[in-house]
Design a protein around this ligand. Structure first.
Ligand code: NAD
Length: 500
């Protein structure tokens, strides 16, 4: 059967260059192959970079007020096409259309932030720092920057990056996940409709071959990466070795601490929503509940009651709350990890391993799984499962829960559920994690703050979007100006001092 091949998007249009390698795109709900995607070779990456370099030179000279107007139009177009984009995502990723609409909405926030670029790029001036001397700091774009994104948010994670990068005056090359790449091309088309000049936003599809070329290309000045920890570490090391700025966000194992005084109904709602939403394939998903004192005994039945009611199925069914996982390999890996959890002695309270969806027997489904009595030595605790599996670890007291979270190598997000203000404040101050929720299970910051974890959940010094994004995608230039005055005459070999 001949499948359509998704092309790269270079110079403001689909690339006509023949693909020497392609990958398969599946519908995870049916297990069927539905399309193919071109995999870029190094030469095709070079073509995209050269197009971006030329376009970026001109774009950097476009007045910031006009750049902002492109983003206002882009924002309207994204909002207008939100359902269409969500359907494209759902078909290749498997998440519900409603959930996919949510990721577009969160991406739109960053576009709205980028609309304010004239305000965000305002420089600093110190007048008269010495006689007749002024000092100004401005931030200038870097040139060509690239973003490499994971499968789990095929629209949103890119939208965390390129609105800020492009608004700052850079040209951007996106290398989306090869699993669900189609929405990237549609967004590129909408950028064109919004008036973004050709070549300022390009999409290069593919696998590690394309990534490696971007990492070593001398004209790519910065790399933003979001994905798993081993690849994030590799991208950070390789990109840095080639002299680039790199921000590389990695994997996660997010803990929710539940204290005995918490509203356990609220905690159970939060844990189930955050653990099983998008089939657990969210970097801010809750994968561990650290239940303090007697809270586990009371919480487990509340969790189970909610899990039993979850409707798992294809996104095409309007009743579905949780879809399949991304690939058959991942489904089998999750099942094997659940098997290991049982073998290693955890109590499997809800078992989703055998789930079959009538009419979708070949879909990549696994039902929600809940483990109790999990300990830190078990593989289900140590591995980032990235599926619908929630582990409850019983902790004696607040201090041991805090120590458990702080001992994890991952430190993306965490949450505490309690009514005790003092405990919440202590948690917020002593926890070694980048994003913290107090009675909020998925504390993803809005676009005017910045997103980013700590430890093995991020490599590099900058978080993503917000002020951190502006700093990452620009470099400062400081100018010292002296307006000539006869009093300045005379040779002086001493180091300049402000009062001279
Ligand atoms: P992944 O690391 O497999 O892939 C991410 C990107 O890297 C893709 O574009 C992929 O093509 C590319 N890639 C894969 N292998 C590569 C290699 N050997 N060399 C170079 N590039 C390579 O991640 P994924 O499975 O697509 O996404 C899930 C992971 O992303 C999870 O670990 C999740 O926690 C993480 N994630 C983190 C955040 C965050 O903000 N920290 C957000 C979303 C997802």
């Amino acid at each position: 059967m001949a499948y359509p091949v998704l092309p790269h998007w270079i110079d403001g249009k689909p690339s006509t260059a023949p693909a020497d390698r392609v990958g398969d795109i599946f519908n995870p709900a049916t297990g069927e192959k539905i399309a193919k995607v071109a995999y870029a070779n190094p030469g095709q990456v070079d073509t995209a970079v050269e197009s971006a370099r030329m376009a970026g030179l001109a774009w950097a000279q476009v007045p910031v007020t006009r750049r902002s107007q492109v983003f206002f139009r882009f924002r309207s177009l994204l909002a207008e096409h939100a359902t269409e984009l969500a359907q494209m995502i759902s078909k290749e990723h498997g998440k519900t259309v409603d959930d996919a609409r949510g990721e577009i909405a969160r991406g739109l926030e960053v576009v709205e932030f980028a609309c304010g670029i004239p305000q965000l790029l305002k420089g600093e001036l110190s007048a008269n720092v010495s006689t007749g001397v002024d000092l100004t700091t401005v931030r200038e774009p870097l040139g060509v920057v690239a973003g490499i994104t994971p499968f789990n948010f095929p629209a949103m994670v890119g939208l965390w990056m390129y609105p800020v990068a492009i608004a700052c005056g850079n040209a951007f090359i996106l290398k989306p996940s090869e699993r669900d790449p189609s929405v990237a091309n549609r967004i590129a088309e909408l950028f064109g409709e919004a008036g973004l000049p050709e070549g300022v936003f390009s999409v290069v599809h593919g696998d590690r071959v394309a990534v490696e070329r971007l990492l070593e290309h001398p004209d790519v000045k910065a790399i933003s990466f979001v994905g798993s920890t081993p690849i994030a570490r590799h991208v950070y090391q390789t990109g840095s070795q080639h002299g680039k700025r790199v921000q590389a966000l990695g994997g996660a194992k997010n803990h929710m601490v539940v204290l005995p005084d918490a509203d356990l109904e609220l905690a159970a709602d939060g844990a189930v929503s955050a653990a099983y939403g998008s089939a657990g394939e969210r970097c801010m998903a809750i994968s561990v509940v650290a239940a303090v004192g007697d809270s586990a005994d009371r919480l487990i039945p509340l969790l189970k009651k909610r899990i039993d009611k979850l409707r798992v199925g294809p996104a095409s069914d309007a009743e579905t709350e949780m879809g399949p996982v991304i690939t058959l390999t991942q489904r089998d890996r999750i099942r094997a990890l659940v098997d290991e959890g049982v073998e290693q002695g955890a109590t499997l309270v809800s078992d989703g391993r055998g789930l079959e969806i009538p009419g979708h027997e070949k879909g990549f489904f696994i039902g929600p799984c809940l483990f109790d009595e999990v300990t830190p030595e078990m593989s289900i605790y140590q591995e980032e499962i990235f599926g619908p599996v929630l582990c409850v670890v019983r902790c004696e007291d607040f201090d041991s829960a805090l120590a458990l979270v702080n001992a994890s190598p991952y430190a993306n997000g965490t949450a505490i559920f309690t009514h005790d203000g003092g405990a919440a404040r202590r948690f917020q101050r002593e926890i070694e994690v980048g994003m913290v929720g107090v009675n909020v299970p998925i504390p993803v910051p809005l676009a005017f703050h910045s997103f980013g974890g700590w430890k093995d959940s991020i490599f590099g010094s900058h978080g993503i979007y917000g002020r951190e994004g502006i700093h990452f995608y620009t470099r400062q230039k400081v100018t010292t100006t002296r307006w000539p005055d006869p009093s300045h005459r005379g040779v002086n070999l001493g180091f300049p001092q402000p009062d001279q």
